[in-house]
Design a protein around this ligand. Structure first.
Ligand SMILES: NC(=O)c1ccc[n+]([C@@H]2O[C@H](COP(=O)([O-])OP(=O)(O)OC[C@H]3O[C@@H](n4cnc5c(N)ncnc54)[C@H](O)[C@@H]3O)[C@@H](O)[C@H]2O)c1
Length: 282
């Protein structure tokens, strides 16, 4: 896209962290923004902060696991601003750290996949026909470096799937010459509230009651929280997203060292050798 000024962006998971930073960056670029989140107070706060700068913004309470709610989000955006140019499928949850039993709990997998994968699928289904009809626009899906490193968790599964379908969408749109750009955001550690995703866990996905985290699991959680706190600031990621939309760049990486750490795995795939130790746990 040549310019974002005067255009409209829809961002899911915009009440907190990276999503909020994207909405703020887009508003600064002169866009009208539609913020969507399941957490209403945080959503209201984010919308108020953006409108206080003089920018146009609305909030739409949306649970991205609910396809009809994502349809209503699209309709609300079109009602408010006429059309949508940019969609960021960004809402996400981390789920629990793998713990004795919880890591294979069915409701854990369903919750994480419903938010992280189905949220993106609903976004494509609800918004793509609108973008294609107008012959321009851009979709940014928030995956993760966890979508490139192996891991036996619902989070890893969801992010590998998002990387795969986002790359597939890129080819699909190019083949159709539909004029819709596609980017895949794969952040490393970013200083957000993702470690407190439990706040959005629905009742039906309650974790097994009788499983206490082990000392190793506690240590792993402390490591993750520490990495997040010393991670990149969301506003810096938002700058990368803004620039990628304008330049039509597909991959948006925030940590080149993590990308370099993929090399042994890719080499082993080409050579047909057993998976190497990756050196980095994401
Ligand atoms: N922080 C990191 O280090 C990191 C790294 C890689 C990828 N990510 C991904 O970045 C994205 C944004 O997360 P963040 O790090 O800003 O964390 P965050 O917790 O600050 O923001 C996530 C937002 O998603 C919202 N959300 C959760 N479930 C939802 C649902 N069902 N419907 C609508 N909204 C919902 C939350 O309310 C929250 O506002 C996620 O997809 C996450 O997996 C984060």
């Amino acid at each position: 896209m040549d310019s974002l000024d005067g255009k409209t962006a829809v961002v899911t998971g915009a009440g907190s962290g990276m999503g909020r930073a994207f909405a703020e960056r887009f508003a600064k670029a002169g866009m009208r923004v539609v913020l969507a989140d399941v957490e209403e107070p945080k959503l209201d706060e984010a919308v108020a902060a953006i409108t206080a700068t003089g920018a146009s913004a609305i909030g739409v309470v949306t649970d991205v696991t609910d396809g009809a709610a994502v349809d209503r989000l699209r309709d609300a955006a079109i009602d408010a601003f006429g059309r949508v140019h940019v969609l960021c499928n960004n809402a996400g949850v981390a789920g629990s750290a793998p713990s004795g039993g919880a890591w294979v709990a069915e409701n854990e997998w369903r919750w994480v996949l419903e938010v992280n994968l189905w949220g993106v699928v609903h976004g494509h289904r609800a918004f793509l026909p609108h973008l294609v009809e107008h012959g321009d626009g851009h979709i940014v899906n928030t995956a993760s470096m966890a979508g490139h490193f192996p891991g036996h968790s619902a989070y890893t599964a969801s992010k590998w799937a998002v990387v795969g379908i986002t790359e597939g969408l890129f080819h699909d749109q190019r083949l159709r010459a539909a004029g819709v750009g596609v980017s895949c955001l794969c952040p490393g550690w970013v200083d957000t509230a993702i470690a407190e995703s439990e706040r959005n866990r629905p009742e039906w996905a309650a974790p097994p009651r009788d499983v206490e985290p082990s000392a190793m699991e506690e240590a792993m959680r402390a490591f993750v929280v520490d990495q997040l706190r010393s991670g990149m600031q969301p506003a810096a990621v938002a700058d990368l997203v803004h620039d990628a939309i304008l330049s039509g760049t597909f991959w948006i990486f925030t940590d080149r060292q993590m990308v370099a750490a993929l090399e042994p795995r890719h080499r082993a795939v080409l050579d047909g050798t057993n998976p190497p130790t990756m050196g980095l746990d994401v």
